[in-house]
Design a protein around this ligand. Sequence first.
Ligand SMILES: NC(=O)c1ccc[n+]([C@@H]2O[C@H](COP(=O)([O-])OP(=O)(O)OC[C@H]3O[C@@H](n4cnc5c(N)ncnc54)[C@H](OP(=O)(O)O)[C@@H]3O)[C@@H](O)[C@H]2O)c1
Length: 258
Amino acid sequence: MDPSISATLRRFLLTGRVAVVTGASSGLGAELARALAAAGARVAVVARRYDRLVELADDITGLAVACDLLDPAQVREVVPRVAAELGRPEILVNAAGDIFSREPAEAEPYEAMRRTLELNLIAPFRLSQDVFPHMVAVGRGSIVHVSSISGRVGFPGFPQASYAASKQGLSGLTAELAVQWARHAIRVNTVAPGFFRSEINDELYDDERFRTWLRSNTPLPSEACIDDFVGAVLWLAGDAARYVTGQTIVVDGGWTAR
Ligand SMILES: NC(=O)c1ccc[n+]([C@@H]2O[C@H](COP(=O)([O-])OP(=O)(O)OC[C@H]3O[C@@H](n4cnc5c(N)ncnc54)[C@H](OP(=O)(O)O)[C@@H]3O)[C@@H](O)[C@H]2O)c1
């Protein structure tokens, strides 16, 4: 290790720790996996698109784990596989998520509600259950859920009721798990992004009216890039945040501060 790195900076390093990152085939999850690996973690990357995961895993010397998080049986196979091939996970980042309905709340189909909650809330909960015994055995752990400011504020013109409910649900889950698992030194936090261009919203960014609306509603002057998001998760993953638990940290350029 570089001897010039001070003890304070060293607390951000994740040398040798095993991490699981869902949603790592694109967008925020892919960059989070790269950031954790750059900090020294051995990272298992999880999503459905296996070819992308293999490419990323090759780059970061990680492990590609194909999984449809809407299938509970597949979810249950993730952590045992990671533990067998990389070792006990100490870090779990639940970044996978999607929106299944753009209908107004009064018309949201039941199936969209069910799938939204299954992917955005239940899968993160079940993966948290699965890493729990490993974190207990290691004597520490950090779980970070990726939610959304949609869980905090409504967006006129962008109906997303079940998505918002699932994301705010992660904050409730976070506080509860943080309190239940604190005695094992397992920390649980959520990071709520504002707007970052990725596959989930790519089409919107092609519309100049959307970009203008975004600029006029975001207090910080520059358009966000995904690198502006990863620092908060990196901080929460390691010892630099070892006294932080149960929190929802918002990374939105000040959107919800207005
Ligand atoms: N970008 C933003 O502005 C923004 C804002 C607020 C919140 N968020 C949240 O941030 C997280 C990351 O989103 P993103 O912007 O990076 O979007 P993205 O590029 O669309 O990434 C979504 C990820 O979730 C995975 N995923 C979706 N359905 C899955 C399933 N059934 N099983 C396994 N993996 C699945 C996708 O992988 P596969 O398709 O390969 O399975 C992909 O890796 C999401 O939870 C999203 O709700 C994003």
